[in-house]
Design a protein around this ligand. Structure first.
Ligand SMILES: Cc1cc2nc3c(=O)[nH]c(=O)nc-3n(C[C@H](O)[C@H](O)[C@H](O)COP(=O)(O)O)c2cc1C
Length: 167
């Protein structure tokens, strides 16, 4: 059962997982899943915001560009293989949801589904996006992370609901 919890109740856990093996972004219709490791949680425009970063080369990019919402899912321990798979294979070549055996559940507050196996998931509505501006990016970061000039698109998702699996 999914219990709705406070928006930032699992912030530390979320950031630790982002910074660790990653968490899963679900976007598109039909949905695709992709591992993400970069993102922020915070408050902007008096709203609670989850920012995520997607390179334009990802299959997910085409999906999220046509979407008004996205979900972010944190899997329990034991799903390391699936996280690595979803972070190295592309949805344009393989149905990652089917391969990983994920059960997709309809979103509670949005049209984007979430992964039923998640221990925590966020449901977000895109309120802003922009491409990183190389002109205003720190030189060493540019050199280290963007040798191919495939600058991330940053999506700002207003967090509409956060859920923890209970029972
Ligand atoms: C731990 C980890 C974190 C990642 N974080 C991101 C990220 O934040 N943004 C991004 O664009 N790609 C990220 N990637 C790479 C994508 O997950 C990877 O390229 C994936 O195959 C893209 O899937 P898609 O083509 O189905 O969208 C990450 C990969 C791993 C393993």
């Amino acid at each position: 059962m999914q219990k709705e919890i406070g928006i930032f109740d699992e912030m530390k856990k979320t950031l630790d997982e982002l910074n660790g093996k990653g968490i899963l972004l679900v976007a598109g219709d039909p949905p695709n899943v992709m591992t993400i490791g970069w993102g922020t949680l915070g408050v902007i425009w008096h709203r609670s915001i989850f920012t995520i970063m997607v390179r334009p080369t990802r299959y997910t990019f085409g999906k999220i560009e046509k979407s008004a919402t996205f979900s972010v899912c944190i899997l329990p321990k034991g799903y390391e293989k699936q996280l690595a798979f979803c972070g190295s294979k592309s949805g344009k070549d393989v149905d990652k949801i089917q391969h990983c055996g994920f059960t997709m559940e309809p979103g509670i507050k949005t049209d984007t589904p979430y992964i039923g196996e998640s221990m925590i998931h966020y449901e977000c509505r895109i309120v802003h996006k922009h491409r990183l501006d190389p002109q205003s990016l720190d030189g060493p970061i540019d050199k280290q992370f963007y040798p191919k000039k495939d600058y991330h698109i940053v999506y700002y998702g207003e967090i509409l609901g956060v859920y923890r699996k209970e029972g």
